[in-house]
Design a protein around this ligand. Structure first.
Ligand code: FAD
Ligand code: NAI
Length: 471
């Protein structure tokens, strides 16, 4: 019925992977279309992920700081109140401005935006089932990029109602601050959302199956992170298995069991957040029509050029292998399009930074001590605490440290792990060092401005091969 529309590149999904791929493809001269069914561009990241969570993290930090950290700075404030509705509105404004910005970038670059669900008809045809504001269409494409992202991994037997038992999405929009918040999963979402509500007054308990928090963090850093979160009031139940959970009126009860002792207990809270990871999402894609291969963890299988078994159908971002991070999806979006255009593209998977936006922040890139040990690589450690950094002291914000891991023989930077104020910004310098194969001496001989937090970075690098000056 619908007329077939022809495009050089059709991208299914408008998240960080898909929208960046679309803009790049248009810039490289392809007639490009992007299909998104959410009603807004930006995917999980802009709508219910990175952006709203950072708005809540930033503003809850400000609120907490005004309440607890002003008097000794000579600032006396009284009558500090939280207006939950406006607190949420500030978050919504950040989201709508940024998602609207992508729609403008699409116009500017000439990307055709189809509002609807995209599904395979066959290897070269994609059907658009319109949502409000869109139109049904059949698209014919020389190249297709699947960037359909991920969804929350459900906990078997625990039903998410996004009210009392929430995923990260519900946790981003709670209408009141829970007195007690229990979180299943001590990964990045659990610790970030836990930070938000702990600052707003919730009693936060993390239930984690493993013996350590922080998912893929360096072990020493994960321990230090746990300590500062405990100081902020977090309670941790590590090595603890959740057996069952249900809502009973306005409370949620979960039954947990200590993995070692087998001791059981029941935890009661006002809100339960389930944050045990995310899984690839291909619902609605009709991947069967083109027989795309899916691995045991639900990831679409691709080769090193992002190609599925059909070379013109590529997959990027959370829907396939690798860390589920927005900047990783973006890099893949660019690389996939460059493969189409030039036959080559590049992402350095050894150099993808991770940042947890707690306070202090935790940021890392490259290898952890555990990984180096396992690989049998001889390394040296250089560490510098922010307590000995003049800017951190001046700011009265001096928790944490910078830790360098360098090759024992060549001093080549192998990994950098930072807990501290602005760690997420500082990790960019480590990424540059890794990318260009810098040694720690290269870094330590670069003049860093005084007084800045980055002097701690320089001194930690120095610490791998010489004595530090200020500690
Ligand atoms: P997505 O962003 O999931 O986008 C996929 C899009 O495709 C979705 O909008 C979906 O509606 C659409 N879609 C799916 N199927 C179809 C179809 N058939 N037709 C049309 N459209 C379709 N990462 C970071 O790097 N930093 C952070 O600070 C960060 N914080 C996060 C906080 C939270 C609470 C969560 C949940 C995630 C966070 N992430 C963060 C992870 C980040 O959001 C993802 O890694 C990133 O969004 C992946 O991008 P993507 O393009 O692969 O997929
Ligand atoms: P995650 O993988 O970071 O952490 C999940 C945690 O849950 C792990 O510690 C795991 O051991 C634990 N777990 C798993 N099953 C469990 C069980 N049955 N009982 C108890 N604990 C269990 O996943 P998370 O936090 O849900 O985040 C999902 C994704 O979103 C991550 O891949 C992350 O990279 C991304 N993200 C990134 C952010 C950032 O870059 N700042 C912020 C938030 C999310």
């Amino acid at each position: 019925t619908e007329a077939t529309k022809k495009h050089d590149v059709v991208i299914i999904g408008g998240g960080p992977g898909g929208y960046v791929a679309a803009i790049k493809a248009a810039q490289l001269g392809f007639d490009t279309a992007c299909i998104e069914k959410r009603g807004a561009l930006g995917g999980t990241c802009l709508n219910v992920g990175c952006i709203p969570s950072k708005a809540l993290l930033n503003n809850s930090h400000l609120y907490h700081q005004i309440q607890h950290d002003t008097v000794k700075r000579g600032i006396e404030v009284s009558d500090v109140k939280l207006n939950v509705a406006n607190f949420q509105k500030a978050k919504d404004t950040a989201v709508s401005q940024l998602t609207g910005g992508i729609a403008m970038l699409f116009k500017k670059n000439g990307v055709t935006y189809y509002k609807g669900n995209g599904s395979f008809i066959d290897e070269h045809h994609v059907k658009v089932d319109a949502i409000e504001g869109g139109e049904d269409a059949i698209l014919k494409a020389d190249n297709i990029i699947v960037a359909t992202g991920s969804e929350v991994t459900p906990f078997p037997g625990i039903t998410i109602d996004e009210e009392r038992i929430v995923s990260s999405t519900g946790a981003l929009s709670l209408k009141e601050i829970p007195k007690k918040l229990t979180i299943i999963g001590g990964g990045i979402i659990g610790l970030e959302m836990g930070s938000v509500y702990s600052r707003l007054g919730s009693e936060v308990t993390i239930v984690e199956f493993q013996k350590a928090i922080g998912a893929s963090m360096d072990g020493e850093v994960a321990k230090a992170t746990q300590k500062f979160l405990q100081k902020q009031g977090f309670k941790f139940k590590l090595g603890t298995k959740v057996i069952s959970g249900e809502r009973q009126g306005e409370t949620v009860k979960i039954e947990v069991e200590n993995v070692d002792s087998g001791a059981k207990e029941t935890l009661e809270s006002d809100v339960l957040l389930v944050a045990i990871g995310r899984r690839p999402y291909i619902g609605g894609l009709n991947a069967e029509a083109v027989d795309l291969e899916v691995d045991k963890r639900g990831r679409l299988v691709i080769d090193s050029q992002y190609r599925s078994k059909h070379p013109h159908i590529r997959v990027i971002g959370d829907a396939t292998f690798g860390p589920m991070l927005a900047h990783k999806a973006e890099e893949e979006g660019i690389a996939a399009v460059e493969y189409i255009k030039h036959g080559h593209g590049h992402v350095n998977y050894g150099n993808i930074p991770s940042v947890m936006y707690s306070h202090p922040e935790v940021a890392w890139v490259g290898q952890t001590e555990e990984q180096l040990k396992e690989a049998g690589i001889a390394y040296k450690v250089g560490k510098f605490p922010f307590i000995a950094n003049s800017r951190a002291k001046t700011n009265n914000d001096a928790e944490g440290f910078v830790k360098f891991l360098a090759d024992a023989e060549t001093q080549r930077v192998l990994g950098v792990h930072i807990i501290g104020p602005n760690a997420g910004e500082m990790i960019g310098e480590a990424g540059l060092a890794l990318e260009y194969g810098a040694s720690t001496e290269d870094i330590a001989r670069v003049c860093h401005a005084h007084p800045t937090l980055s002097e701690a970075f320089k001194e930690a690098a120095l610490g791998t091969f010489d004595k530090t000056i200020n500690f």
